[in-house]
Ligand binder design. Structure first.
Ligand SMILES: C[S@@+](CC[C@H](N)C(=O)[O-])C[C@H]1O[C@@H](n2cnc3c(N)ncnc32)[C@H](O)[C@@H]1O
Length: 267
């Protein structure tokens, strides 16, 4: 079991102190999901929209295998971050696109990337229009068993991100399904791969997180939220929160309905 968290240990030792927006719980969740993909022999390239100083990029790099590429889209990437990311690279191809994600469709890379990615992280422009565009791009690139991770899902500072994700999911239920969310991030898979990730979340996730010293977490799923269709996934919460807010799921169901109604164009 110790060798399974070797990449996480390497990340914690060398890169966890990088300034950025990647909390400890999300670091553990990413390591768990990326390790699950490796164990399940899920292959494909990895992509990040919004790199800043590379705090999440480094973990993505560590999990990229020799036959895969790590692709970074960041219009304002500074040279120091680029050099640090490149030098963390041991085995894989590393590609940088110093452009806005909305311009990626004009690159030759886009033309050959249909459904070839197993991991996409959306963490760029946080406007609703940009998030909808990034979801459309990611839906095009996502392979059959991959994951799209969206930053700032259910973050109080960015309600437009939550609204955009819920709207996109509600409009694409045949293609994409939320498998898991929590600690500011949504994890979305192909609807056809939902049973695979659901089984992992239900049977393995909590043990895997505990093995990474992430304890006191609750996994929640209520019919009130999943009834909405766009929120089929589990929610991972700090156990202290669910015990001190016993009716949180009812309130959450109401908030989601409000957000979805708000996202509907006026008649
Ligand atoms: C929140 S930071 C990314 C944080 C980083 N992933 C981390 O783990 O610390 C958002 C980044 O998105 C970049 N960005 C802004 N607009 C963008 C766009 N249209 N396409 C791609 N990246 C964009 C910004 O320059 C910034 O570096």
């Amino acid at each position: 079991m110790a060798s399974e968290i070797q990449k996480l240990q390497e990340y914690q030792a060398a890169y966890a102190s990088t300034p950025g927006w990647f909390n400890q719980t999300s670091i553990g969740i990413w390591d768990t999901l990326l390790s699950f993909q490796t164990k399940s022999k899920i292959c494909g390239d990895l992509l990040e929209i919004g790199v800043w100083q590379g705090k999440s990029a480094f973990l993505q790099m560590l999990h990229t295998r020799s036959n895969e590429s790590c692709v970074f889209i960041e219009p304002y990437l500074n040279e120091a971050a680029k050099t640090a990311i490149e030098s963390s690279n041991r085995v894989c191809r590393c590609e940088f696109y110093p452009i806005k994600s909305s311009d990626f469709v004009y690159t030759p890379r886009y033309a050959t990337s249909d459904k070839t990615f197993r991991w996409l992280h959306i963490d760029g422009d946080h406007s609703a229009a940009a998030v909808l565009g990034d979801l459309e791009l990611s839906n095009k690139l996502l392979g059959p068993d991959g994951i799209i991770c969206v930053d700032d899902f259910f973050s109080l500072q960015h309600p437009q991100v939550t609204t955009a994700v819920l709207k996109y999911l509600a409009d694409h239920t045949d293609e994409l399904t939320l498998a898991l969310c929590g600690f500011n991030k949504a994890y979305i898979c192909r609807t056809s791969a939902y049973p695979l990730y659901l089984k992992f979340v239900e049977e393995t996730l909590i043990d895997e997180l505990a093995h990474r010293q992430l304890e006191n977490l609750d996994l929640c799923k209520t019919s009130e939220i999943s009834d909405l269709g766009c929120l089929q996934g589990y929610l991972l919460l700090d156990a202290n929160f669910s015990s001190t807010h016993p009716n949180w799921h009812r309130r959450m169901g109401r908030i989601v309905r409000l957000l979805l109604n708000y996202a509907e164009p006026a008649q």
